[in-house]
Design a binder for this molecule. Structure first.
Ligand code: PLP
Length: 443
């Protein structure tokens, strides 16, 4: 009998008792290779001694100080570190405790910014279908995952959703990637005009779509087009890098690869690498100035903003990442993983697409490769692959997105950046076994 209200209530979970490097061990002594970094969280692996030491040291000197009363050296240093490598023009960091909180703060900051500068008529957000921005009500409202939203719909603010950039499914055979991106940008502009350009606050997008689609990168030029629309209509671009950021795609920020700069950027997961719950919003200087020259206060806040131990963990994670060249390792090992996935699944009759960037790689399963028809939702192929992988001691992040009103099936691989070639061999071998076992009889 458990008194923990778990995520899913049908199946008992194994009890994790220890973790080191890429491996988690349960109470029965079974080990699991963490090929998904939990949910793309763990970037250094588990139990890194420098991060643990930094947390202990922080606890010994200052465990907690409420941010209404104090700033702390560790929060200031973390913010300095993040700004030193942030996209151009970013000047401030708003420190929270996770990804949903980061998105909530970004949404409210964007709205208050327009109140501060005398444009209170701006009240709409536009986001994309098949996206995920978090599970709190504001973040859930901008998220475009129909399955997660369905039963909460009456409680969600009104957000319009445009098409995601999902070339495998939506690019037409006669279209170049650039023309496809341009078509999406034109559709987005039509939506802005429908709402009224001066009523829109912000456009939210994951630069590389994570949880809902499984590591889907944009086509060339797409984000440049979105940025241009934001500039034309005075709209803020809110990049959600909670999952794809902090080195995961082979550059520190995923948006860096698109050659544009967002107005607000949410980060979390890899920021603290799982050592502590922490997230942040990176903010353009001109947005911050609107607050300092306006009301002088952001009408928002939580008890654990900038928690010193969380900041110490994140600071240590980011120092190790930089010192050990681990963002570059994500790029190089990501290419090595993609190559192995291609070799194992490139001709698999039930693998429709392999995509991703860096150590953020997705595999999409289909019933028919030729017409890309997904498996029936009831077959729950993604869950079967996850369960078969777990049975083989492999953690992969599985999800069923929504394709044309049907469930689609993907798994996401996002191992720590410290992953070695032999680990990659092991991951792909076990995944291939799991896929064969899961799909046999599923069709
Ligand atoms: N945004 C994105 C893109 C995410 O992938 C997630 C979590 O998976 C979130 C926001 C929410 O983050 P958290 O679970 O830390 O609240």
């Amino acid at each position: 009998m458990t008194h923990v209200f778990h995520r899913q209530l049908r199946h008992p979970l194994p009890e994790a008792v220890s973790a080191r490097g890429l491996t988690i061990t349960d109470r029965d002594g079974k080990t699991y290779l963490d090929a998904s970094g939990g949910a793309a969280v763990s970037c250094l692996g588990h139990g890194h001694p420098e991060v643990l030491a930094a947390m202990r040291e922080q606890m010994d000197s200052l465990d907690y100080a409420h941010t209404s009363f104090f700033t702390t050296r560790v929060a200031e240093t973390l913010a300095d570190t993040l700004i030193a490598s942030a996209p151009k023009g970013m000047s401030q960091v708003y420190l929270v405790s996770g990804g949903s909180e980061a998105m909530e703060a970004a949404l409210k900051m964007a709205r208050q910014y327009f109140v501060e500068i005398g444009q209170p008529q701006r009240r709409h957000f536009i986001a994309r279908r098949q996206s995920y921005h978090g599970n709190t009500l504001g973040a859930l409202a901008v998220g475009g995952n129909a399955w997660r939203r369905a039963q909460f719909a009456p409680l969600l603010m009104d957000v319009t959703h445009v098409a995601p950039c999902y070339a495998y499914r939506d690019q037409r055979p006669d279209e170049t990637p650039e023309a496809y991106g341009q078509r999406l940008v034109s559709e987005l502009e039509a939506e802005i005009l429908r709402l009224g350009g001066d009523t829109v606050i912000g456009i939210c997008a994951e630069p590389v779509v994570g949880a809902t689609l499984g590591a889907v990168p944009p086509v060339p030029g797409y984000f440049k087009g979105v940025r241009a629309l934001c500039d034309r209509y005075g709209i803020l671009l809110i990049a959600d890098e909670v999952m794809c950021g902090m080195g995961r795609t082979g550059s520190l920020h995923a948006i860096d690869q698109e050659g544009i700069v967002p107005d607000l950027m949410a980060i979390a997961k890899g920021l603290g690498g799982g050592y502590q719950p922490i997230g942040a919003v990176l903010v353009q200087g001109r947005i911050y100035e609107a607050f300092t020259q306006g009301s002088g206060q952001f009408m928002h806040g939580h008890t654990y903003l900038g928690h010193p131990v969380a900041c110490a963990a994140a600071l240590a994670v980011q120092r190790v990442l930089q010192r050990d060249g681990l963002v570059e390792a994500s790029r190089v090992q990501g290419a090595a993983l993609a190559q192995r996935l291609q070799a194992a699944f490139g001709h698999h009759p039930h693998v429709g697409d392999l995509r991703g960037r860096g150590l953020f790689q997705g595999v999409e399963f289909v019933q028919h490769k030729e017409d890309k028809r997904p498996f029936a939702p009831g077959a729950k192929v993604h869950a079967r692959v996850r369960d078969e992988a777990l049975a083989r001691g492999l953690m992969v992040y599985a999800m069923g997105g929504t394709i044309d009103g049907q469930q689609g099936d993907h798994v996401l691989l996002a191992p720590p950046f410290t992953v070695q070639d032999a680990d990659l061999d092991n991951i792909v071998m076990r995944l291939a076994d799991a896929v064969d076992a899961a799909i046999t009889g599923a069709g």
